[in-house]
Design a protein around this ligand. Structure first.
Ligand code: KG4
Ligand code: ZN
Length: 364
């Protein structure tokens, strides 16, 4: 059928080996299968993702994961219209494993290849829920490797309104969690520790107070939290209070910058698409989510977030980006390169890299 695009997506840019089959028909999005093999256990002993360990694990897991995604979808290769894979940004060894697998399959089966930007995958993950978010929308993308605000206007069309000048929010969660003695991945562990803690007891610095833009910075918070952990945390109650203060400070910065971005977005879009979405692993944090939801409603925006399984790294978002690109005629040749650094909004990319692959969970 001319308006039906069924795509196998492959994701290997960090520590999840994932494959999924997604069908796009008009505005209807159907996830036919979604398989994620997490490597977290392999990285726990190191306190963060080790690129070499990740790349080897992707090689071992990829065939089985693709096979299962296809079997779960009930289709065979003849039922597919294209193969999509993350081509960056991310850890180069892992990206090459997934992209090469996709090229092999595309060549062997005579299917078009789509090289997908991982950030576009996260941006489009908002369209994987029950009711796909219509374009345009304002997106806060917060994960272990990324922290940016984007006006998402369509596939291949995202304008960056702000990004972190140092660490990503998830990276800050992970590093501060490590300073509090918590295991990798630290974000969820810190959220659990913060339960019942007093977020007002320790005061932590606020970043970039002299600026009026939508950029983020978490390195000052990280340093201050590590110092407080060293000097003032002696009891379990102290740990809980510091965890709550850190979580509150991160949530506050995310919502303050999002509020600014809402103003900029309204100037750009006029009345259209007053929808604010959050995606990426940090969107799982309930305090962060609640603050963002309040901020959206205070500024007249509807709020949405994809189901949790599509917030963290997955291949359904890559398959959907592949299907939308295929529909728009945006396919790639077999020479498509793996790009460890690949900004989504290339026009806004600065000299300084906005994404630091491989830092997810890494110790400070
Ligand atoms: O999207 P994701 O799975 O991978 C990347 O693309 O980076 O995000 C993982 C990040 C980690 O830094 C993890 O600590 C953080 O998301 N995270 C959380 C929570 N769940 C995951 N941070 C705070 N609270 C959580 N509940
Ligand atoms: Zn990601």
């Amino acid at each position: 059928m001319a308006d039906r695009f069924t795509v196998l997506g492959i994701e290997t840019s960090c520590d999840e080996t994932a494959a999924a089959v997604v069908r796009l028909e008009g505005e209807r999005v159907e996830v036919l299968s979604n398989v994620v093999a997490s490597q977290i256990a392999a990285h726990v002993p190191y306190g963060g993702v080790v690129p070499e360990v990740a790349a080897r694990a992707h090689v071992e897991l990829i065939d089985g994961v693709i096979g299962r995604a296809l079997a779960d979808s009930g289709l065979d290769y003849d039922g597919l219209d294209g193969i999509a894979a993350t081509a960056g940004p991310g850890l180069i060894g892992g990206v090459m494993v997934g992209l090469s697998a996709a090229k092999g399959l595309a060549l062997a089966r005579g299917l078009p290849l789509v090289a997908v930007n991982h950030l576009e995958g996260h941006a489009l993950s908002v369209r994987l829920g029950e009711a796909p978010a219509p374009y345009p929308f304002l997106l806060l993308l917060v994960s272990g490797g990324h922290c940016q605000l984007l006006s998402v206007e369509g596939v291949g069309r995202a304008v960056r309104l702000g990004s972190t000048i140092d660490d990503a929010a998830g990276e800050a969660f992970d590093k501060i969690a490590a300073a509090l003695g918590l295991d990798y991945p630290g974000g969820p562990a810190l959220e659990r520790l913060a339960e019942g803690g007093d977020p007002t007891r320790f005061s932590l610095p606020r970043a970039l107070l002299d600026r009026k833009d939508c950029d983020f910075s978490f390195s000052g918070l990280k340093t201050a939290a590590a110092r407080t952990a060293d000097t003032s945390v002696h009891t379990e109650a102290d740990r809980r209070d510091l965890a709550a203060a850190v979580q509150g400070a991160i949530a506050r910065q995310l919502s303050e910058r999002s509020a600014r971005a809402m103003g900029r977005y309204v100037e750009m879009q006029g009345g259209a698409g007053r929808l604010f979405a959050v995606a990426g692993g940090v969107a799982a944090n309930r305090t962060v989510r609640a603050r963002l939801e309040e901020t959206a409603s205070a500024h007249g925006f509807a709020f949405t977030a994809p189901p949790l399984k599509y917030c963290t790294d997955n291949a359904a978002m890559i398959a959907l980006a592949g299907a939308e690109r295929l529909r728009a005629g945006m396919t790639d040749g077999l020479a498509a390169p793996a790009r460890p650094r690949w900004p989504l909004d290339e026009a806004a990319a600065r000299d300084a890299p906005i994404h630091k692959p491989g830092r997810k969970g890494a110790k400070a």
